[in-house]
Write a protein that binds this ligand. Structure first.
Ligand code: PLP
Length: 453
C-alpha cells in the first residue's frame, strides 16, 4: 500500500513574546505547585510546550521541535487534528458529561467503531479512563470469569501505574510498589536480542520461551491461574516484537489451560504498528484486549477493554462489580469516533506500515551500520527502538536496566539541540512519531539521530 498522508495544518503564526512570557509564568507555577509522575520533584525541570500541531511542538522559548515521541506514544494522529478538535467542541456544545448508566450516542458509536476493528468475537467494550485501569478491569473480569486468582505476566513489560497494574508490570518500575503483588507471577518473555534461553535463532526462541511458559503454568497450577497479561509488542519495556509462532503458542497454551489471554494494546493498538491492533500481524484473537492512548490520540482521557463473548456472558445474569464515574465519557468518546474516522479516511494505518517498511526501518539499519553504539534496531510501523550498547559483542547496555547514564543524557540533549523531541528509556531511543508525520520530517528526524549518535 502506498498511501501518503497530507500533513495536517501547520501553525504559521510565529510564537509571540506574550506567549513566551505566559509560558515562563506557567513554568514557575508548575515548579511551585505541580507534583509530576515518575519524578524526583526537586531536580525536575520539565519542558514547557506553548503550542503543538501535527508532528510539531513549540517549546517555552518558541523553538519548533519535531515530536518523535508522540508524547507518551499516544498522539497517533498528531496534535490538534482539526476534525477531532471540532468533534470535541461540537460534543461539548451538546452534552459534556453523563453518568455511565445512561445511553449516550458518542459512547454507543465509539463502541461500534472499536468493535468493528477488534478481532472477531470481541464485540463489547467496557470504557475506562486510561490504560492502567483497563488492565485492572480486564484482570477483574478474568478472575470473576474463571473463579481463579493468579495472574501471569512477562518480565520486561509495563502495564500501568495503579496498584495491580504496576504489580503486574515486569520492569523495575514495579519495585517500589511490589508489596501487595499477591497472586502475580512473572515469566521470561521471548526477547531474541537478549534471549533468556540462550537461543540463537528466532525459531529456538519461540520454542524455548513457550516451553518455559508451559512449565510456569504447570508449576503454578493451571486451575489457579485466571489470566495471562501480555503486551503484544512491549512498548516502554523495549519495543521487541514476538518471534514468529510465539503468540499463536501463547494462545494455544492459554486455551488449553482455561486461562484468559489479555492482550495489552494500550501502546501498540490503534495503528501504531501499522495494523489496527498489533495482534492482527500474527492473526491471534485474545479473550480481552486492553486499549487507551491511540483510541483518540489522548485528546481526552479514554481507555477500555474489548470483551469476547464468553466473558461477556459471565455478566449477563450477574452484576459486574466495578465501574468508573467517567466510563465512556462523551467528550472522550466523541474524540474517539472522530479519531478513528480520520484515521480511516486518511489511510493512517497503511501509512504507518509504509513508513516502517520503506522509511524508518531501512534508514535505522543504515544508521546501525555507521555507529558501533547501536546494538539493535527493531520495530514495525511507527514503533521502533534503537538499543544502545557499550560493546556490540558483549551487548553491555549504554545505561543499566532500570537506570540512566551520562551518555544517554547527552544523546537526548543532542537530539533536542537538533530540534527533535525523542523518548528514551534506559539504554533505548524510541522512534515513535505520529502515524501521519510527513516523510520529509521523519527523514530529517532520523538524520538528526544519526548526527547525535
Ligand atoms: N499498558 C501499556 C502497554 C502502556 O504502555 C501504558 C502506558 O504507557 C499503560 C498500560 C498504562 O496506561 P495509562 O498510563 O493510560 O494508565
Amino acid at each position: 500500500m502506498t498511501t501518503t498522508v497530507e500533513s495536517t495544518t501547520r501553525s504559521e503564526a510565529a510564537i509571540t513574546e506574550a506567549e513566551i512570557d505566559a509560558g515562563r509564568r506557567a513554568h514557575e507555577l508548575d515548579r511551585t505547585h505541580v507534583f509530576h509522575s515518575w519524578q524526583a520533584q526537586g531536580p525536575f525541570s520539565p519542558m514547557t510546550v506553548l503550542r503543538a500541531e501535527g508532528s510539531r511542538v513549540w517549546d517555552g522559548e518558541g523553538r519548533e521541535l519535531l515530536d518523535f515521541s508522540s508524547q507518551l506514544v499516544n498522539t497517533n494522529i498528531g496534535h490538534q487534528h482539526p476534525a477531532v478538535v471540532a468533534a470535541i467542541q461540537e460534543q461539548a456544545g451538546k452534552l459534556c458529561t453523563i453518568a455511565p448508566q445512561h445511553v449516550n450516542d458518542a459512547r454507543s458509536e465509539a463502541a461500534r467503531l472499536i468493535t468493528e476493528l477488534t478481532p472477531d468475537g470481541l464485540d463489547h467494550v467496557f470504557f475506562t479512563n486510561g490504560g492502567a485501569d483497563a488492565n485492572e478491569h480486564a484482570i477483574r473480569m478474568a478472575r470473576l470469569h474463571t473463579g481463579r486468582h493468579k495472574v501471569l505476566s512477562a518480565y520486561r513489560s509495563y502495564h500501568g501505574g495503579t496498584q495491580l497494574a504496576v504489580n503486574v508490570t515486569g520492569d523495575p518500575r514495579r519495585f517500589p510498589n511490589d508489596y501487595s503483588a499477591e497472586g502475580v507471577v512473572h515469566f521470561m518473555p521471548a526477547y531474541p536480542y537478549r534471549s533468556y534461553f540462550g537461543s540463537e535463532t528466532e525459531e529456538q526462541e519461540t520454542e524455548r520461551a513457550l516451553r518455559h511458559l508451559e512449565d510456569m503454568i504447570l508449576l503454578e497450577g493451571p486451575d489457579r491461574i485466571a489470566a495471562l497479561v501480555l503486551e503484544t509488542v512491549p512498548g516502554t519495556a523495549g519495543i521487541y516484537a514476538p518471534p514468529p509462532g510465539y503468540l499463536a503458542g501463547v494462545r494455544e497454551l492459554t486455551r488449553k489451560h482455561g486461562i484468559v489471554y489479555i492482550a495489552d494494546e494500550v501502546m501498540a493498538g490503534f495503528g501504531r504498528t501499522g495494523a489496527w491492533f498489533a495482534v492482527d500481524h500474527w492473526d491471534v484473537a485474545p479473550d480481552l484486549i486492553t486499549f487507551a492512548k491511540g483510541v483518540n490520540s489522548g485528546y481526552v482521557p479514554l481507555g477500555g477493554v474489548a470483551i469476547s463473548r464468553p466473558i461477556y456472558e459471565t455478566f449477563v445474569d450477574r452484576t459486574y462489580p466495578g465501574g468508573l464515574t467517567y466510563s465512556g465519557h462523551p467528550l472522550a468518546c466523541a474524540a474517539a469516533v472522530a479519531t478513528i474516522t480520520a484515521m480511516r479516511e486518511e489511510g493512517m494505518v497503511e501509512n504507518a506500515a509504509r513508513l516502517g517498511t520503506d522509511v524508518i526501518g531501512p534508514r535505522l539499519r543504515e544508521i546501525a551500520e555507521r555507529h558501533q553504539s547501536v546494538g539493535d534496531v527493531r520495530g514495525l510501523g511507527c514503533f521502533w527502538a534503537v538499543e544502545l550498547v557499550k560493546d556490540r559483542t558483549t551487548r553491555e547496555p549504554l545505561a543499566p536496566y532500570g537506570g540512566s547514564s551520562k551518555a544517554m543524557a547527552e544523546l537526548m540533549k543532542a537530539l533536542l539541540a537538533g530540534g527533535v523531541l525523542a523518548f528514551a528509556n534506559f539504554n533505548r531511543i524510541h522512534v515513535v512519531p505520529p502515524l501521519n508525520t510527513p516523510d520529509e520530517d521523519v527523514i530529517r528526524g532520523l538524520e538528526v539521530l544519526d548526527e547525535a549518535l
